[in-house]
Design a protein around this ligand. Structure first.
Ligand code: PMP
Length: 415
């Protein structure tokens, strides 16, 4: 990717953004907070915090089952969040949006309700070498239960997916291709269009892990053409414990429930139970109502800036960060993908990533260190951990400059 040492100008529409996120004005260890751990979790704007607080102070009641006003209002707010998500992703119908706890639960839901009933011993699930554990372990567990085989498409030394090999691995035995859109560790943006097209031509289901793309770029599930998309609210300025699954209507309608309980049934008797249509079939029990409402407000916030604006600005900011880190003595960037979004992983000659993270914290700079739930990817690069800086639209070139200055201090300390 291009590196650029010219700091990007903050678009007018983003000038207020930092003020809208109250936590960004606090100090850490006596220094202004520089939050560069957005791939792990993003901060929340005041509008989301207020929406959650308003729900608990004015509308709190259980949804779908009540006839009283509070329940009706809570139901309307919860369902309006589903409509907002359907519009945000350009789903053809709001019943294609299932609320879950997040990307992890969404993948487990697809493994249990979609794939397990139709996969046989010897058939294959194809993932890539750069997946988050959330898109590895559920398939491994499923493979163990069914005798299916988990296959892994390789990546090159720059951290790009080896596309031709990946496409050649999609064959008559493949039942599902599950690929991450943007790597949480090294920031690679994968060519999901080519993969989805190749799988669809053979009638194979596709799942795209959009946990690290949904907050950074426009997404349109109809033009992506995939069958499932998974994501987490807390990485897109919404509360923790809420996220979602987009599923193609024709598939969801045939899928078995994920969990059993209240709100997902049509009729229950001791002779048997019938289930509601999606999305209710997959939302057993009382959901995270406040979280869903907060997620709806997070989408409003993102839309008020504009996803194209966010994407363009962040692309320039990440190029600037790559340029500055490449020129920072002692720093080695892990992965140099053709297209990058959100995250940069790096190591330093004499300092362990945990030491880097600890020293940066004393400067008020929050980054993540470790394997980022991508142990196979770390192994591929012959390392056990990296330091990772990850951005959101409220970051700017000053944040990157403080990061680089602080890394210079790390180098001085560790020689
Ligand atoms: N996939 C990717 C690419 C991720 O970055 C993450 C979170 N780091 C997940 C899946 C899992 O998300 P969650 O823990 O919110 O379910």
């Amino acid at each position: 990717m291009i590196e650029n040492l010219t700091p990007p100008a903050t678009p007018d529409v983003l000038k207020q953004a930092r003020v809208d996120f109250p936590i960004l004005s606090r100090t850490v260890n006596g220094k202004p907070l520089i939050y560069l751990d957005n791939a792990a979790s993003t901060q929340k704007p005041q509008s989301v915090i207020d929406a959650v607080s308003r729900y608990y102070s004015h509308e709190n009641a259980n949804i779908h089952r009540g006839v009283h006003l509070l329940s009706t209002e809570a139901t309307a707010a919860y369902e309006s969040a589903r409509q907002k998500l359907a519009r945000y992703l350009n789903a053809s119908d709001e019943s294609e949006i299932i609320f879950t706890r997040g990307a992890t639960e969404s993948i487990n839901l697809v493994a249990h309700s979609f794939l397990e009933p139709i996969i046989n011993a010897g058939e294959e699930i194809l993932i890539s070498h750069m997946e988050h554990h959330a898109n590895i372990v559920p398939w491994q567990l499923l493979a163990k239960r069914t005798g299916a085989r988990l296959r892994v498409a390789p990546i090159d030394d720059h951290g790009n997916l080896e596309l031709d090999t990946c496409l050649s691995m999609i064959g008559p035995k493949t039942k599902l291709v599950g690929i991450v859109h943007v790597s949480n560790s090294i920031g690679t943006v994968n060519p999901i269009e080519s993969i989805v097209t190749a799988a669809r031509e053979r009638g194979i289901a596709t799942l795209i892990d959009c946990a690290q793309s949904i907050q950074h770029m426009p997404l349109d599930v109809q033009s992506m053409g995939c069958d499932f998309v998974v994501f987490s609210g807390h990485k897109m300025f919404a509360p923790t414990g809420i996220g979602g699954l987009y599923g193609r209507k024709s598939l969801l309608g045939k899928m078995r429930p994920y969990q059993g309980g209240g709100d997902m049934i049509s009729r229950v008797s001791f002779d048997g139970t019938t289930f509601k249509e999606p999305p209710s079939r997959f939302e057993a029990g009382t959901p995270h109502i406040a979280g869903a409402i907060g997620l709806g407000f997070a989408l409003d916030y993102i839309e008020s800036i504009g996803r194209e604006t966010i994407h363009n600005y962040e692309s320039q900011l990440i190029e600037y960060a790559v340029g500055r880190l490449k020129n920072c003595q002692g720093v080695e960037i892990i992965g140099n993908p053709e297209h990058r979004s959100g995250a940069i992983s790096f190591t330093m000659e004499n300092a362990h990533p945990h030491d880097i993270g600890t020293i940066l914290d004393t400067e008020g700079v929050a980054i993540r260190t470790g394997h980022h739930c991508c142990e196979p990817l770390m192994t591929r690069f012959g390392i056990s951990a990296t330091a990772r800086a990850s951005i959101a639209f409220y970051n700017n070139s000053d944040d990157i400059d403080v990061l680089v200055d602080s890394l210079t201090k790390v180098r001085t300390l560790f020689g």
